[in-house]
Design a protein around this ligand. Structure first.
Ligand code: ADP
Ligand code: MG
Length: 254
């Protein structure tokens, strides 16, 4: 029999300690403990395990939201029979997340619709599930953020935020050319990440065209130098998945 005063104090203590799973499931667990004749140790262990599991789930949900993915994409949903330039097993191995530990960068190059963003998001989600912090941002949006934070004097804050992640996904380098100032800030970010963070970068332009993207060959070379030193490069080929089946139908409507 539990006396009500002790019970109330326990609930207060659990609240103060932020053990919310235990607090909310205490009654059921006590009943279960009685029914199954569990020892004190088993009860305490069981509750703690559940609390930890629950916290992990919540942390993953929070990080998935904070990552800013435009959609949720998974490796399971990727059709490796359609995109044969990447090996499924290689991606499955990468999904284990060691590349983040070794501060390796992953680069997806290829024409539109070949799965660059899909695979970037899928690897990002896998990394979050393994406890890493990931941030997804299209390069054009990052450039806008550079300019707004320059105007408000918050550029340092922006860098601090970006560098608080284990992995930054820079999506779509090269869709639009960058001016010198933007290229410079992007270079600064990539330099700061060099051997400290991991980047996933996608681009529809081959490295030889990066001079045009940054309107400056020297900056492009410096960026590539940092980016490629520890990297895995994937060259995606073939048709756009968005157009799959549409051309034969005489469509091509989007
Ligand atoms: P990219 O970034 O290379 O332009 P995306 O990754 O955005 O291309 O792919 C375009 C759309 O097609 C997305 O909805 C994506 O999920 C889907 N897609 C691309 N390749 C595949 C694939 N091999 N299997 C399944 N879906 C794919
Ligand atoms: Mg894309």
């Amino acid at each position: 029999m539990i006396d009500i005063e002790t019970y109330n104090c326990l609930i207060k203590a659990l609240t103060a300690l932020k053990l919310s799973y235990i607090r909310e499931n205490l009654d059921d667990y006590l009943k279960l403990a009685e029914a199954k004749n569990l020892s004190h140790l088993e009860v305490l262990f069981g509750l703690m395990q559940k609390e930890l599991k629950e916290r992990k789930q919540k942390r993953i949900q929070k990080r998935l939201k904070a990552a800013g993915f435009p959609q949720q994409k998974s490796l399971e949903a990727f059709d490796f029979n359609f995109q044969t330039s990447v090996k499924k097993q290689k991606l499955i191995n990468l999904a284990e997340g060691r590349w983040i530990e070794t501060k390796t960068n992953i680069i997806f190059l290829g024409p539109p619709g070949t799965g660059k963003t899909h695979l970037s998001i899928a690897l990002g989600i896998e990394a979050i599930k393994r406890g890493y912090k990931v941030y997804f941002i299209p390069v054009q949006e990052l450039v806008d953020r550079f300019y707004t934070s320059l105007a408000t004097g918050e550029i340092k804050k922006l860098f601090k935020k970006l560098l608080s992640y284990d992995c930054i996904i820079l999506d779509e380098i090269g869709y639009l050319p960058l001016d010198k100032k933007a290229a410079n800030y992007l270079f600064q970010l990539i330099s700061k990440c060099y051997e400290r963070k991991s980047l996933i970068v996608s681009s529809n332009k081959g490295f030889e065209q990066w001079g045009e993207i940054f309107s400056d060959g020297i900056i492009a070379t410096a960026i590539l130098d940092r980016l490629l030193h520890h990297s895995e490069i994937f060259l995606l080929r073939g048709e756009s998945y968005r157009m799959k089946g549409k051309m034969e139908k005489g469509g091509g409507e989007n």
